[in-house]
Design a binder for this molecule. Structure first.
Ligand code: NAI
Length: 241
């Protein structure tokens, strides 16, 4: 077992999985949070262990405060510390604002934004005791620019950016850094139903991003960027320059 532990939410696939693997390569033991797919989470755990660090899967719904509190308490009880938190879990429920149901609004706000409040609070408590820690929130370029058809998602991601900057100010003196990554279009299950060919024309780097492109930025902010806090790093191939 390593002496450093990272908790990545929604880490059984996509960007979260890539972040978990990148942090494992940097020598962190990894807690793989997942919502439902135990098989995929276990596969991620095995891939992480093959890199020579420890890993374990914990099932909890990040939008459910009771479940989060119970699981984070168990993790802290077992491992005694959390050095890096990546608030990655997220969903979309797209639709034009005038037709958006309250159900789809609440689901997206709860899963993408309230989740970061629920998970960060108990994790920050242990980071404060350590007087050390790093949090990376998975925002989105649409949280910066807005996007027609994504009022709920853009609002949640903009909220995450506000949370990031506020926590950076509140927690800096405790040795805790808080940053966000804002991905553009990334090749994952979330974007698989979009006709992405029409987007590449607008991306200066002329391709979609891969989960690993985001993971490298997360690792930089979480591990290497000792004097960086409260920042939003756009990793989007230049999409919203
Ligand atoms: P994905 O759909 O492959 O992964 C999302 C993960 O979050 C899944 O593993 C899912 O099970 C998990 N999750 C969802 N609800 C959860 C809950 N209540 N509790 C625990 N886990 C839950 O999508 P992707 O692309 O890997 O997304 C990861 C993050 O990156 C999300 O926050 C997303 O909003 C963000 N993002 C993705 C972009 C893209 O183009 N793919 C662009 C900008 C941001």
């Amino acid at each position: 077992m390593s002496e450093k532990l990272a908790l990545v939410t929604g880490a059984s696939r996509g960007i979260g999985k890539a972040c978990a693997l990148e942090l494992a390569k940097a020598g962190y033991d990894i807690i793989v949070n997942y919502a439902g797919n135990a098989e995929a989470a276990e596969k991620t755990v095995q891939e992480i262990k093959a890199l020579g660090v420890d890993a374990a899967a914990y099932k909890f719904d990040v939008s459910n405060k009771e479940e989060v509190d119970k699981s984070v308490a168990e993790i802290i009880e077992k491992y005694g510390r959390i050095d890096v938190l990546v608030n990655n879990a997220g969903i979309t429920r797209d639709g034009l604002f005038m037709r958006m149901s309250a159900e789809n609004w609440n689901a997206v706000i709860n899963t993408n934004l309230s989740s970061a409040f629920f998970v960060s609070q108990p994790v920050v408590k242990v980071m404060m005791k350590q007087r050390n820690g790093a949090i990376v929130n998975m925002a989105s370029v649409v949280g910066v620019s807005g996007n027609a058809g994504q009022a709920n998602y853009s609002a949640a991601k903009a909220g995450l950016i506000g949370l990031t900057k506020t926590l950076a100010k509140e927690l800096g003196s405790r040795g805790i850094r808080v940053n966000a990554v804002a991905p553009g279009f990334i090749n994952t299950d979330m974007t698989k139903d979009l006709d992405t060919s029409k987007f590449t024309d607008f991306i200066p780097l002329k391709r979609l991003g891969e989960p690993e492109d985001i993971a490298k930025a997360v690792k930089f902010l979480a591990v290497d960027a000792d004097y960086v806090t409260g920042q939003v790093l756009e990793v989007d191939g230049g999409l919203i320059i």
